[in-house]
Write a protein that binds this ligand. Structure first.
Ligand SMILES: [Zn+2]
Length: 362
């Protein structure tokens, strides 16, 4: 257990990493997503390690489904598209976080989970779900994470080292500390897809669109639980109430959404767009550039895209680390827990000693 004084540093002060990190250094390495290249047919059942979250980070891997699936014979016609619907008009809301069926253990982590609920694979209502400082969104759980229950637990994945490198978590923490992050640091984890697999290329455009709707429903569910407001996707919504409801939703998202959402990989972020962008740059995304129907408030929740943490994604160490250093510097400025409300006793509960399972007793 880390000393309280050490934790305070991470919560409120956050030591800066030496050296000036320039945006240009980060963005200069953005991969071009447009030009399709041939790729070998995926081998099934032979991969030992996950290509993890971001095929776009590896210039040698151009996923066919992304580069060609959205380049149909008929070009997109944005002018004929209807305006984006209200968040409420088609919203479904996941009432509880996703938990993998037995014998798997992977789960979404928006809040701490007590030992009993972790063991029983139940949603834990014993800890308040409060606005997060950072929500990390991966592609989908690796087979290793699906089994262990801890995000990015595959030893070949660099996520935990990168979080340490960016001073986003204390230096001694590893994937075994995954259950602590939400309660102690305000860091949550989820993925675009909630099914296990080590090959992101195996999931084509149609699947990714389904995942998008499911992800948005889960993110809306987090907002509802963090705010205590049962809004969005309720039966009985009628058209003339949509405007007011959308205002309520926007205010709720602004007050209770995460301070920062970080996509751990370009692929799952790019797939949120109706037309996949030709380029996705790492780092903080301009507010006006976010995907349609993005469930959080663009003015209140920063969206970052990070390079894949997969050990197999080909890039220099500097290119991989720099965005995590930038994110760490930004998070050091973010107050958490927030003082602007929304806790309804959650902050009090958080101060109590938490008993969470750090390792599974198998
Ligand atoms: Zn519980």
């Amino acid at each position: 257990m880390l000393a309280a004084s050490s934790l305070e540093r991470f919560r409120f002060a956050g030591a800066r990493v030496g050296g000036v990190v320039t945006a240009a250094a980060t963005r200069g390495g953005a991969d071009e997503l447009a030009s399709p290249r041939p790729r070998a047919a995926p081998r099934s059942g032979t991969k030992k390690h996950r290509d993890d979250d971001d095929v776009f980070d590896d210039a040698r891997k151009r996923p066919r489904d992304v580069t060609t699936a959205d380049a149909p014979s008929t070009p997109p016609q944005p002018s004929t598209k209807p305006p984006p619907p209200s968040p409420l008009s088609q919203a479904s809301v996941a009432r509880t976080p996703f938990i993998a069926p037995s014998p798997a253990r992977w789960r979404e982590r928006y809040a701490p989970t007590c030992e009993a609920c972790e063991r029983d694979r139940k949603h834990c209502a014993h800890h308040a779900e409060v606005p997060l400082k950072l929500l990390i969104i991966g592609h989908n759980p690796s087979d290793h994470s699906w089994e262990s229950g801890y995000s990015y637990s595959n030893p070949s994945n660099n996520m935990w080292k990168l979080l340490v490198r960016g001073e986003i978590i204390p230096s001694a923490w590893t994937s075994d500390d995954c259950p602590r992050l939400a309660g102690e640091l305000g860091i949550g984890f989820t993925d675009a897809g909630t099914e296990p697999g080590n090959d992101a290329n195996a999931y084509g455009r149609a699947v990714m669109k389904e995942w998008r709707e499911d992800l948005y429903a889960r993110l809306r569910g987090h907002l509802c639980r963090a705010s205590g407001r049962a809004i969005g996707g309720e039966e009985g919504d009628v058209a003339d109430e949509i405007d007011d409801a959308a205002k309520t939703w926007r205010a709720t998202a602004a007050a209770f959404g995460p301070s920062v959402v970080a996509f751990a990989g370009k692929r799952q972020y790019a797939q949120l767009f109706d037309t996949i962008p030709k380029r996705v740059e790492v780092g903080k995304q301009p507010p006006g550039s976010l995907p349609p129907r993005w469930p959080f408030c663009e003015d209140a929740t920063e969206v970052w895209v990070l390079p894949s943490s997969s050990g197999r994604a080909a890039m220099t160490r500097e290119a991989r680390e720099t965005p995590y250093l930038e994110l760490g510097a930004r998070l050091a400025e973010v107050e958490w827990p927030r003082r602007d409300g929304g806790f309804r006793g959650g902050a009090e509960r958080r101060r109590e000693p938490m008993k969470v399972l750090l390792r599974y007793d198998r």
